[in-house]
Ligand binder design. Structure first.
Ligand code: 13P
Length: 341
């Protein structure tokens, strides 16, 4: 496989394929495991992620790359094979979340700045040697009638752009993720407000990327969709699709090869339906696909339920969901296909 940034980026958004975000931090995966009554240990985290990356059908046909947490990048499967090799053997690309998390931002109550730039160049060299060919950094943008503030939008955009430049220098494709929260507090914003804030955030992010001389051909954008807050959800699938496309057309240069959405707390079916509607109704300058965490994993996690005897059931659930998302990336998902699951 080519090592050129442009070629890796194109492979990450190849037709009908998308990314599995399995990079939950130790605190977040504990929350997910709490939901099935499973203790989070290094071994249980390994077992769960091994189940996913060994789901052969999903990995070979639908998953172009897997975003890993640092622990997983260096972990071995139960039989001693590095998980990175399991991913590569399935024709998928290993990636790594490199930010150190969103931290309270001084002078900006209720807003965060994502940390992790110090020493990042050295860490990227280590991750490249371990097999990572793309990375992820998530900036978090709060939304309400009065938030975000220009200071927080700019600081997060600047960090994303500095991160992206360092990745490209290390031969790693940056996934640039400015997430406008859809289920954060207060979570009752309208779709108009979501559109306004998403457009502003993306515009400032691309200004910062240009300022830091990031090569657009060698990056992937991971945005949130334009959608009303979780406590005010009433927009139709068509409206979410139309407004999201409108904002992306206004802000994302066509040199960017692909846009891979986060699911952000949408239900599995909402996330699939929205992506499909966007692809079904538009001819677009970039590939539009998925980079889902919860919306790809929820069903697999419940079917597995932390038990070795359920590995095959968990893998079937994951493969089905990956297939639905793949259809959505081609604009051909239909609700009745869900019933066949
Ligand atoms: P969700 O799809 O669960 O939002 O996770 C994607 C992700 O990587 C968020 O950073």
């Amino acid at each position: 496989m080519s090592e050129r940034l442009e070629d890796i980026a194109v492979a990450m958004v190849a037709n009908g394929r998308g990314l599995l975000a399995a990079d939950e931090s130790t605190a977040t995966i504990k929350k997910r495991f709490d939901g099935i009554g499973l203790e989070s240990t290094e071994t249980s985290r390994r077992d769960y992620r091994e189940m996913l990356v060994r789901a052969d059908e999903a990995m070979r046909k639908y998953i172009s790359g897997v975003i890993l947490y640092e622990e997983t990048l260096f972990q071995k499967a139960a039989d001693g094979t590095p998980l990175v090799d399991v991913i590569r053997a399935a024709g998928s690309i290993p990636g790594i979340k490199v930010d150190a998390g969103a931290k309270p931002m001084t002078n900006f109550p209720a807003e965060t700045i994502t940390e992790g730039l110090d020493g990042l160049a050295q860490r990227l060299t280590k991750y490249y040697e371990a097999g990572a060919r793309f990375a992820k950094w998530r900036g978090v943008i709060a939304i309400s009638d009065t938030l975000p503030s220009p200071g927080a939008v700019r600081a997060n955009a600047h960090a994303l752009a500095r991160y992206a430049a360092l990745c490209q220098e290390a031969g790693i494709v940056p996934i640039v993720e400015p997430e406008v929260l859809m289920d954060g507090a207060p979570g009752d914003h309208s779709i108009d407000r979501s559109q306004e804030v998403t457009e502003w955030t993306l515009r400032v992010t691309f200004e910062a990327l240009a300022e830091m001389r990031v090569k657009l051909e060698g990056m992937i954008l991971k945005p949130s969709m334009v959608i009303d807050g979780k406590k005010a959800r009433k927009a139709s699938v068509a409206e979410v699709a139309e407004r999201t496309i409108k904002v992306l057309r206004r802000t994302v240069p066509s040199a960017v090869p692909g846009i891979a959405f986060l699911s952000g707390g949408q239900t599995t079916e909402e996330a699939t339906a929205h992506l499909s509607a966007m692809n079904a109704t538009h001819i677009l300058p970039w590939k539009l696909t998925f980079s889902y965490g919860r919306a790809l994993q929820q069903e697999a996690l419940s079917a597995w339920n932390g038990k070795a005897e359920n590995v095959a059931a968990g893998q079937r659930a994951f493969s089905h969901r990956a297939e639905m998302c793949s259809l959505a990336a081609k604009g051909s998902w239909k609700k009745d296909l869900e019933k066949a699951a």
